[in-house]
Design a protein around this ligand. Structure first.
Ligand SMILES: [Zn+2]
Length: 607
């Protein structure tokens, strides 16, 4: 504990605030017996395991093990230091802290964050005043009124104006004795390229302050009045502003998101404000970045477990792009997300001006989930020819693989199967390929997905994934067949149907010949349909990758064989059959030698 805050002050603050209220500001809590329960802000989860106890004034998450008191909660959630957190809570509870003796570093960090927030506050006031009363703000006033911004909305969002000129703000700070290096750290001014001093970052722009959930201004966005470029300019990241953690309008929207268990996520400042003006107050804007898991988790804290996020776009292309980028995050955080694309030529503002907010809400209620949206968009783009359907499958297999929830995934597979008339088994197989096998043989996500696809819907074709992959490779990449023959790989395939297909490919069996060997286990129809499924998967085979797959396959077989042998050895030992034990041990050794040789051979060729 930091030495400069007396123990009794800490206790006093703890007594004065209720952890349920503090946590409840950002996490939707529901009463459950003596405690409160919500979705954990520190890990992704579908059912609440985050518990807050008002009696003990503690929180604990049964999912990730995170726990502590009100201080540790805020420190963990906001990334603040202990002294900062104490100060924050002292202010909220009205507990007066004594003059503090701090280390210079503590002082610097604490005062830097505070100084930036204070400066932002000062700046908002100045920009607002300029917009509302200054003659230099006339053009901006005209612009905003032409775009239909009502005064109370301008007030609510604290919109302002930075007039033309290089150093209005810098000189304003100087007059007030504000050190300009702090203004620089706040991202409000930048050092001149030549000579000394600083110039204003925002010049002749309408200013949209960006606040955190408590309403503290952490950054600014500025828009030009004409067609000059860049159209939008934002604050750089600072000690208090991280893009990936911030959403425009969150301070205004949070209570409404909570009440509606719904959040609209729009693209920009104007969109968020347009929704607000039309009475839809649960809207936040992304700040020119893709949605991050921080954003989604933050919003989930307001909309709760059964809540919904609707992403609003003004074009199909933007919607598709964002859907691809964010589907994994929503899937991982278990948030029900929908995509609403407005008709061509419309943004939320023009749409509601023309059709009214009711039409917007109605459209939102009918918005498709991300996955159906992507499927429909791919079909629209590629058509329903055979090639088109295969392309569609190629487009949507990866996003579909993002769903680890087997129920969600099987629902989407069914939907896609019906839409493109491709067998569910083939779709599933394609999705499984999206989680390529790593060297250790465990599935691994392509884009760092944590341990993708642990649970699978019921097996449709027999054999292990590796076996199916092997046969798919044989079907699609004949270059590898000599190697397959040489290593006698097909004989190692366990699944009778897959082994049969393998033999057919190698010409060791006539296609359609009598399947007398396996006739009880496999029907010719099964073989045909499995073969068809394995043939549709398009994977970019290349020689070394194929050798790797063969190696992995042999290794897995040798593993199984080893386990099997070891079991037999144990059995023989139990039976006191020492001749058998000796024979089995020899066999084990022979296999190990043979396998090592094989491994080396393949290794040599792939180098
Ligand atoms: Zn947790």
């Amino acid at each position: 504990m930091a030495p400069f805050i007396p123990e009794e002050k800490i206790a006093e603050i703890k007594d004065a605030c209720n952890i349920v209220d503090v946590v409840g500001e950002t996490v939707l809590l529901k009463k459950a017996g003596k405690n409160y329960l919500g979705l954990c802000p520190f890990h992704a989860e579908k059912t609440p395991s985050f518990t807050v106890s008002p009696d003990k004034q503690m929180f604990y998450c049964f999912g990730c093990g995170e726990g502590g008191n009100v201080f540790s909660f805020l420190m963990k959630q906001q990334g603040t230091s202990f002294p900062e957190t104490v100060k924050l809570l002292a202010e909220r509870t009205g507990v007066a802290l004594p003059e503090q003796r701090q280390t210079p570093e503590q002082k610097r960090r604490l005062s830097e964050r505070e100084a930036i927030l204070d400066l932002n506050d000062l700046t908002v006031g100045l920009y607002q005043k300029t917009l509302q009363r200054d003659p230099r703000g006339q053009a901006a006033r005209d612009y905003l009124s032409k775009r239909g911004f009502r005064p109370e909305v301008i007030e609510a969002y604290r919109i302002g104006f930075a007039p033309a000129g290089w150093d209005n703000l810098a000189r304003y700070f100087e007059r007030r004795g504000v050190p300009l290096d702090v203004a620089y750290k706040a991202g409000l001014v930048a050092p001149r390229r030549q000579g000394q001093g600083y110039y204003d970052r925002f010049r002749e722009r309408i200013i949209f302050p960006i606040a955190n959930h408590r309403g503290k201004v952490i950054a600014f966005g500025g828009r030009v009045l004409d067609d000059a470029l860049p159209k939008y300019l934002n604050s750089p990241e600072t000690e208090v502003y991280r893009k990936s953690h911030s959403l425009y309008g969150l301070d205004i929207a949070q209570a409404h998101c909570r009440a509606a268990e719904l959040v609209y996520i729009v693209e920009g400042y104007f969109d968020a404000i347009a929704l607000y003006q039309n009475g839809i107050r649960n809207a936040v804007g992304t700040l020119g970045t893709a949605l991050t898991n921080h954003h989604v988790r933050m919003l989930r804290g307001y909309i709760g477990q059964t809540g919904r996020a609707i992403l609003v776009f003004d074009s199909d292309d933007a919607g598709i792009k964002a859907a691809h980028r964010s589907i994994e995050i929503f899937a991982r955080e278990f948030v029900d997300a929908r995509i609403l694309v407005l008709p061509p030529g419309h943004d939320p503002d023009t749409f509601m001006t023309k059709f009214g907010p009711e039409a917007f809400i109605e459209k939102a209620q009918k918005a498709k989930g991300i996955m159906p949206f992507l499927i429909d968009a791919a079909i629209e783009r590629h058509g329903t020819s055979m090639e088109g359907r295969i392309k569609t499958l190629g487009d949507v297999a990866e996003p579909m693989a993002a769903f680890e929830d087997p129920v969600a995934r099987s629902v989407y597979i069914k939907y896609l199967s019906e839409r493109v008339d491709i067998d569910e088994a083939a779709i599933l197989e394609k999705i499984r390929q999206m989680a390529p096998i790593s060297a250790s043989g465990s599935p691994q996500g392509q884009s760092g997905r944590p341990g993708a696809i642990p649970t699978m819907p019921p097996k449709i074709s027999g054999g292990s994934r590796l076996e199916r992959q092997l046969v798919a490779m044989m079907l699609q990449y004949p270059d590898i067949l000599p190697e397959i023959r040489k290593q006698n790989v097909v004989a190692l395939i366990n699944d009778p149907a897959l082994r049969m297909i393998g033999q057919e490919i190698l010409g060791e069996r006539d296609p359609g010949s009598q399947h007398n060997e396996y006739s009880k286990e496999v029907s010719p129809d099964d073989v045909r349909s499995i073969k068809a499924n394995l043939s549709v998967q398009d994977e970019n085979w290349e020689y070394n990758g194929c050798l790797g797959l063969i190696k992995q396959f042999i290794a897995s077989k040798s593993h199984h064989a080893k386990d099997d042998l070891e079991e037999q050895i144990r059995q023989a030992e139990n039976d006191n059959d020492f001749n058998r034990v000796a024979q089995l041990l020899r066999e084990k050794n022979d296999r190990a030698v043979k396998y090592d040789k094989l491994k080396m051979e393949i290794q040599k060729r792939s180098n």
